[in-house]
Write a protein of this length. Structure first.
Length: 368
């Protein structure tokens, strides 16, 4: 199979879909690899590195799409990329369709097949291709939140861990999966007063044990969320429902009652966000204010630490890429139910039911 790796074109996105080690493996499997020039330049991977691994360097995005059958990326296709997609293409990347009707309908019109990293789901419910980026985003959310609490960044001037004789910053994390747990780890490490909110009492018990009863755990309901948000200096939204829009748990009214200079970070913004006032931002313009509260809602947070993120991501995406390339989409999906759940669009049909429901679009069950 001819496999293409384009340079990411989303603003301030330096990650790349394959590193040279992955290229080498796929070449050994018998495939032809085509990499856009400077695809890895942002993280110190040269064209020469790819050539040494067995890839052919192509001069443009258009050349990659024209040559390749399978496209391996990091972020959802941008309008310029969607315009290049054809029915023979297999797109393998993060998609996050549930919050984006225009993206979804554009991919459907292309007639292509699209496999989403974030909906590949193991029988135990875990999302293996989401884990590394959730770890990165979770840790970054606390780092970023601490920075924006500084007065020079519009915050109230509170140090996360305080110092002797002063109170520690109050941090509330809503949603305690992989991202939320990593946010808690960082906040605890920086000495903050942490409250964790989740709808799973089992998960709350695990966190209580993990952090040796040094955090406050609350069951997720309107009252507990409201009380925690109103007393917080930093609120981190980390709610994820696989393949679906995140529910709005923090309301505009709650935000309006927070102390001025407080900060909210919504990790789930690429799935619609769990904070009502959040909207996607970019690394170039990462924040905005609502009622004096600083909002950080960058949809590709891990892109800011692109080197770490790329290697962490490609560690987990390669095996599924090999299965798709070696067997084809249909056969690979038949052999691996987890991979089958990753198919969001098949030959232009929307085959992921939750996305169809969220966007009110026609749903077509997979025929295999």
């Amino acid at each position: 199979m001819k496999i293409g790796v384009p340079k990411e074109i989303k603003i301030k996105e330096s990650r790349v879909g394959l590193v040279p080690g992955g290229v080498r493996q796929l070449v050994m499997d018998g495939h032809e690899l085509f990499v856009e020039t400077n695809a890895g330049a942002g993280i110190g991977i040269s064209d020469d590195d790819y050539i040494q691994a067995g890839a052919t360097i192509l001069p443009s995005l258009e050349a990659v799409f024209e040559t390749a059958q399978m496209i391996i990326k990091v972020k959802e296709p941008q309008p310029r990329e969607i315009a290049l997609m054809r029915p023979h293409h297999l797109m393998y990347t993060y998609l996050h369709l549930a919050a984006d009707t225009e993206l979804t309908t554009g991919l459907m019109k292309s007639g292509a097949t699209c496999v989403a990293y974030e909906t590949i789901q193991l029988p135990n419910g875990s999302l293996p291709l989401l884990v590394p980026m959730s770890e990165v985003a979770g840790r970054m959310s606390t780092q970023v939140g601490a920075s924006y609490l500084q007065i020079d960044h519009g915050g109230k001037g509170v140090l996360l861990g305080g110092v002797p004789g002063t109170r520690r910053a109050r941090v509330t994390v809503i949603g305690c999966g992989i991202a939320g747990t990593n946010a808690i780890k960082m906040a605890m490490g920086m000495g903050a007063d942490v409250t964790a909110i989740d709808r799973s009492t089992r998960r709350l018990a695990e966190l209580d044990d993990l952090f040796d009863n040094r955090i406050t755990t609350l069951y997720s309901n309107v009252q507990n969320i409201e009380e925690a948000v109103l007393r917080s200096d930093l609120v981190i939204g980390a709610v994820l429902i696989a393949g679906a829009k995140a529910p709005k748990l923090v309301t505009r009214e709650m935000i309006s009652r927070m102390e001025k200079g407080s900060v909210v970070v919504d990790i789930a913004v690429d799935q619609g966000g769990c904070i009502e006032t959040c909207k996607p931002t970019t690394h170039e313009n990462p924040t905005f204010e609502v009622d004096g509260v600083v909002h950080y809602c960058v949809a590709n947070m891990p892109g800011a630490v692109a080197r770490t993120s790329t290697y962490a991501l490609t560690n987990v995406t390669l095996d599924y890429a090999r299965a798709l390339a070696n067997l084809g989409t249909e056969e690979a999906a038949k052999r691996d139910p987890a991979l089958k759940l990753g198919i969001n669009i098949f030959n232009g049909d929307l085959v992921y039911e939750q996305v169809a429901r969220d966007l009110d679009l026609p749903y077509t069950p997979l025929g295999f």
